[in-house]
Design a protein around this ligand. Structure first.
Ligand SMILES: Cc1ncc(COP(=O)(O)O)c(C=O)c1O
Length: 590
């Protein structure tokens, strides 16, 4: 089943979790400080503002509502099409929601309807940026200012969205973010609240940790005080080091997540636009960090479409059932005056969207939806075809003299091995080179020219998902090779073929430059987003890959098996290795 959401759980996240566990301070500590500082930086906060990390966005909303002075008997304006966390946070203050209708286009609060809902009981407005697309926040802030009430931007979906060029959180009043399991940036569970001045932050610090007067400095240094006071009501809302460390690993890739989710949303819009009975998001997602992608299905056909997609192996979601339909909230003010919410609430359907989503999945989802509406199928993405075609053309020798310049080394190049050419001298050099470095390969054998030629033509040039380049100095001297041993087109991921070090190059640094040039070529021409490589633990190339920005994912102990040909090193599942390991490394672009 194609899921609706899929978090990026990668080597960086696993390493981040292990680092935090190895530190041994599991509570709030140094990782939380670093996460708060890095996030504040990412959100481009001015010096007056403060960001406080907490354990969920629901907690962030509760703390923000308290800062806004919301208390028992008060009211808070919110769209009914909002998360239950918002209603509960209002309830935790002893207040009640007041529902105001939403706009047809951005599905955010309609500012024209806000003013008439304001009474002396209303202390705050929650302005939700649905999907990560901004609501009409400037108008809402203006109305709130006029009436002296606070605005809480619910930016749970909108980590990284810009409004008029400014990141949400860097302007306005109070803002809340969610880093729960399925969000664009996940801490598994986590949240943050941004307040416009340091004084309000000082009030939040004790409130997030049971009301205690623990000095932040001490907590942030992985320690705690045993003498403290309790100033008032507080909550157990702090973020733990483990979650902050995971959040930091995600933050490093956030720009990539945001860029590709935006690209996929535009692709959905392109494939699903113009179908009668279906409304795609009415936006070009400019500057938006898209959390989920929501279509609207009119004419009461939502349930039928969802069932049809399920039968085709595609899951969908409804975000959300509007709040005024729940028993608890039926009697809230405004519940009977929100026709747009009623309409949109019955139409919304969330389609699968996640970071690093394969083109083929978007095309499958869109293709099935088109089929449901009796529309012709999607023409498969020309991108994947173009990419595969380019590779095949190069290998067939259809692109005369195709080569990749080695950056920083004028005249040096990566020359592809093609069906027309493994040149005689390439084969001879590769064979000699292989024999000099046999201990750096998983299978050690004596290479012959016949065997090398067989490998090149039978395996390298015939396989759609690999490519090999000779590394040539300006003089024509071949220093070795570098290539992609496997390309996973669906995930835009390439497995780099080991560069074996040890050749005495006349130009120091050329091997590193060759790998970098291959990687940037793959990014540019093949749209690859990440690379992996597997290196023997005693191969000096290990250090070299570290320097290129590859990070260790795991180490697997090896055991040697003698064969008629030589030795083959096999991965073992346990610890019974012979001291040698295979190091799996990854490089994810940020
Ligand atoms: C708009 C919105 N607000 C608040 C929340 C609550 O966030 P959390 O799960 O971090 O408490 C969510 C969660 O999905 C949400 O989508």
């Amino acid at each position: 089943m194609i899921p609706v959401f899929k978090p990026v759980i990668d080597a960086f996240m696993i390493k981040a979790a292990t680092d935090a566990l190895e530190l041994g301070w599991l509570g709030m500590g140094s990782y939380v400080r670093e996460f708060e500082e890095s996030l504040a930086n990412y959100f481009e906060l001015g010096p007056d503002r403060a960001l406080i990390a907490v354990n969920t966005c629901t907690s962030a909303l509760h703390l923000a509502l308290r800062v806004a002075g919301v208390g028992p008997g008060d009211e808070v304006i919110t769209p009914a099409l909002n998360n239950i966390g918002d209603f509960q946070a209002i309830g935790m203050c002893g207040a009640r929601p007041v529902f105001v209708d939403i706009c047809d286009d951005d599905i955010g609060l309609n500012p024209e309807l806000i003013e008439r809902a304001i009474t002396p009981k209303v202390k705050a407005i929650i302005a939700l940026h649905y999907m990560g697309v901004p609501c009409r926040i400037d108008a809402i802030l203006q109305i709130a200012r006029k009436h002296g009430i606070r605005v809480i931007e619910d930016a749970a979906h909108a980590t990284g969205t810009r409004v008029n060029g400014r990141r949400i959180g860097s302007y306005g009043d109070l803002s809340c973010f969610s880093f729960d399991a399925i969000k664009t940036l996940t801490c598994i569970d986590g949240g943050a609240v941004i307040v416009p001045n340091k004084k309000e932050a000082e009030g939040i610090y004790p409130a997030r940790l049971l009301g205690m007067t623990q000095p932040n400095e001490r907590l942030y240094s992985n320690s705690r005080a045993y003498q403290f006071d309790v100033l008032g009501q507080g909550f157990r809302y702090h973020l733990a080091n483990l979650h902050a460390s995971i959040g930091l690993s995600q933050l490093k890739q956030l720009d990539t997540f945001v860029a590709n989710r935006r690209e996929y949303s535009l692709r959905y819009n392109e494939l699903l636009g113009g179908i009668e009975g279906l409304i795609v998001p009415q936006t070009d997602f400019a500057d938006a960090s898209v959390f989920h992608y929501v279509i609207r299905v009119t004419d009461n056909r939502r349930a039928d479409l969802a069932a049809f997609l399920k039968s085709r192996g595609i899951d969908t979601g409804i975000h959300w059932l509007p709040g005024h339909g729940f028993t608890w909230l039926k009697s809230c003010r405004g519940a009977n005056e929100i026709p747009m919410t009623d309409r949109i609430g019955g139409e919304i359907l969330t389609l699968p969207l996640w970071s690093f989503m394969p083109d083929a999945v978007i095309e499958k989802v869109a293709g099935e939806i088109r089929a449901f509406f009796g529309r012709p199928p999607v023409v498969a993405s020309t991108r994947t075809l173009d990419r595969a075609q380019l590779l095949s053309d190069i290998k067939q020798g259809n692109r005369a003299d195709y080569e990749i310049p080695i950056e920083g080394f004028p005249g040096a190049r990566l020359r592809p091995v093609t069906t027309a050419n493994p040149r005689v001298d390439d084969v001879a050099r590769l064979t000699a080179w292989r024999n000099r470095n046999h201990q750096s390969f998983l299978s050690e054998f004596t290479a012959t020219e016949a065997r090398t030629r067989g490998w090149l033509t039978g395996s390298v040039t015939a396989d759609d998902s690999r490519i090999l380049f000779m590394i040539e100095e300006r003089s024509g001297l071949v220093l070795g090779y570098v290539g992609l041993a496997y390309i996973d087109w669906a995930n835009s991921y390439g497995e780099a073929d080991s560069v074996v070090r040890g050749e005495r190059a006349s130009a120091p640094g050329i091997m590193g430059a060759a790998v970098k040039s291959l990687m940037s070529w793959g990014r540019r021409e093949l749209q690859l987003r990440g690379y992996g490589v597997r290196v023997l633990s005693d191969n000096p190339a290990l250090e070299f890959y570290h320097k290129q920005g590859f990070r260790e994912q795991r180490r697997v102990p090896l055991r040697s098996v003698r064969t008629a040909d030589g030795i083959v090193w096999e991965e073992t599942s346990g610890i019974a290795g012979e001291g040698r390991e295979l190091v799996h490394m990854v490089h994810v672009d940020s």
